[in-house]
Design a protein around this ligand. Structure first.
Ligand SMILES: Nc1ncnc2c1ncn2[C@@H]1O[C@H](COP(=O)(O)OP(=O)(O)O)[C@@H](O)[C@H]1O
Ligand SMILES: [Mg+2]
Length: 151
C-alpha cells in the first residue's frame, strides 16, 4: 500500500496520469471515498494517462462513460452511486471485467452486489481540507505487484 497527499486538483490529476500510464487492458480499479473526495478528478488523470484524448465527465447521472485509449483499449468509467438493483449497467460492467481490451474504473463499488475479482487496484481518497486529499493506493493480486514502485 502507498499513502500520498495531494495539495490541489492538478496534483491529483498528475498522480492519476502516472497510474493510468501503467495500466493495460483487463485492469480493474475501484475508487472509494466520500462525495467530493476526488474520485472523478483522479479518473481524469487515469483516463488521460491511458492515452484518451476526450475530457472526462462525471458518470454520476449516466452511470457509464466510455473513452478510447491507446492500443485499442476502451476505458469504462462507472459511477454506481445511484445504482438500482439489477441495473443494466451492472451487467455490462460484469462483462467488461472479462475483456482484455477494457480498463474498468468504478466509483462507489460498495453499491454493487456482485462479487468483484480479487486482482484489482483500490484507490481511497480522504478529504483532509478544501485543497488537500490523502490518497491510499492498495493492490490485490500478483498482477499489480510492481505497480506502486515509482508513483
Ligand atoms: N487535492 C485535491 N484532489 C482532488 N480534488 C480536489 C483537491 N482539492 C480540491 N479538490 C476539489 O474537490 C472536488 C472533487 O470532486 P470529484 O472529483 O467530483 O469527487 P468525487 O468524484 O469523489 O465525488 C473537485 O471540485 C476538486 O476541484
Ligand atoms: Mg464522482
Amino acid at each position: 500500500m502507498r499513502i500520498l497527499r495531494t495539495k490541489s486538483e492538478e496534483e491529483t490529476i498528475s498522480l492519476g496520469k502516472k497510474i493510468g500510464a501503467k495500466l493495460d487492458g483487463g485492469d480493474l480499479l475501484l475508487l472509494k471515498g466520500d462525495l467530493g473526495g476526488g474520485k472523478t478528478t483522479i479518473s481524469k488523470g487515469i483516463v488521460a494517462g491511458l492515452g484518451a484524448k476526450e475530457d472526462v465527465t462525471s458518470p454520476t447521472f449516466t452511470i457509464e462513460q466510455i473513452y478510447k485509449g491507446k492500443n485499442d483499449i476502451y476505458i469504462f468509467h462507472y459511477d454506481f452511486y445511484r445504482l438500482l438493483g439489477g441495473d443494466i449497467a451492472e451487467f455490462e460492467f460484469l462483462e467488461n471485467l472479462n475483456s482484455d481490451k477494457a480498463v474498468v474504473l468504478v466509483e462507489w463499488p460498495e453499491n454493487l452486489e456482485a462479487d468483484l475479482p480479487h486482482e484489482r487496484i483500490e484507490i481511497i481518497l480522504t478529504f483532509i481540507n478544501e485543497t488537500t486529499r490523502e490518497i491510499q493506493i492498495k493492490t490485490f493480486g500478483a498482477k499489480y505487484q510492481n505497480l506502486l514502485g515509482d508513483l
